[in-house]
Each structure stands twice: as structure tokens, then as C-alpha cells.
Ligand binder design. Structure first.
Ligand code: ZN
Ligand code: ZN
Length: 161
């Protein structure tokens, strides 16, 4: 199977990064440093030490990225459908309603992870409200809430430490 194309750089094929423990392989773009998760991969990601170290480095500088974040709708690298942009933990992530894949721009994964870590003990309701807020601001587009709640539940299930 040929590599997926980056949804941001469009013609740039993504690379595979793998974890020695879980054998998870995730697609990531060498150009814009974004990362793509197929449905279910996000949960495995947090059990994959090699990948967590690489993509959510402690004290890393990826929050200070200078890459320009486009506000235009992106297409799913797998099914080519336009993706939804729910707000999660204060940032917009790209989610495909069709295949339930999810895209994080450079720095976004780290930011969402830190949000869940720091608010995990007392603030899950607050995060949930943000998730629902992202849904409420997008009326008339089918049922993005199922995708958003799937996303949220995958975070709850992944037991981020
Ligand atoms: Zn890219
Ligand atoms: Zn898709």
C-alpha cells in the first residue's frame, strides 16, 4: 500500500513511525510534522513509549511551532472526505466522520495531552464541556457529535499518565 498523502502539504507522502513495544505504526508528515491516527490508534499510542517520547516530548518546544495553521477544511488522507474540526481541550483538531481518523498539526497532540494531564484529576467535566461546545457551534452538519464523543471516549479509555 502506498503511503498516505499529508492533508496539509497535500502532495507530500507521509512516513511511518513505529513503536518497538506495541508495534503501532502511525503516519506522520516529515514536512509539517503533523500526525495522523486511524480509528483506534490513538488509544494504542499512549501505550507506545517510543512514539510518546517522539511526538509528545516532555519539555519539548513543539508548542512554539511557527507552521501556519490553515483554517480551511482539510480532506481525510484516507477517504478524501472533508474533515470536521471539533474543539478539544481548547484547540481545533481534524476528525474524519467517515473513517474516524484524526489529524493533529504539529504541537497540537502535545497540547491536548498536556491539557488532559493537568486537568485530569479535577477538570474532565470542563474538557467535556469544551468538546460539546465544539459540537454545538457546528449545526446542520450531520452528526459530528458521534465522532467527537468517540474521540473524547478514546481519551478517557487511554488513561493518560
Ligand atoms: Zn505535511
Ligand atoms: Zn476518512
Amino acid at each position: 500500500m502506498s503511503n498516505l498523502l499529508c492533508p496539509v502539504c497535500k502532495k507530500q507522502p507521509m512516513e511511518k513511525s513505529s513503536d518497538s513495544e506495541t508495534k503501532l505504526e502511525v503516519d506522520n508528515c516529515p514536512e509539517c510534522l503533523g500526525i495522523w491516527f486511524d480509528a483506534g490508534e490513538l488509544e494504542t499510542f499512549y501505550k507506545s513509549p517510543d512514539l510518546v517520547r517522539k511526538f509528545t516530548p516532555v519539555g519539548g518546544d513543539s508548542l512554539h511551532h511557527t507552521y501556519e495553521i490553515s483554517a480551511t477544511a482539510r480532506r481525510c488522507p484516507r477517504c478524501r472526505k472533508g474533515m470536521e474540526r471539533p474543539l478539544v481541550g481548547g484547540i481545533s483538531v481534524d476528525v474524519c466522520r467517515e473513517c474516524r481518523g484524526i489529524w493533529f498539526d504539529h504541537g497540537e497532540l502535545q497540547k491536548v495531552t498536556q491539557t488532559y494531564k493537568t486537568r485530569g484529576l479535577k477538570g474532565d467535566d470542563m474538557v467535556a464541556d469544551q468538546v460539546r461546545g465544539g459540537h454545538a457551534s457546528k449545526p446542520g452538519k450531520g452528526d459530528p457529535f458521534t465522532v467527537v464523543s468517540w474521540f473524547f471516549n478514546s481519551f478517557l479509555a487511554s488513561k493518560i499518565r
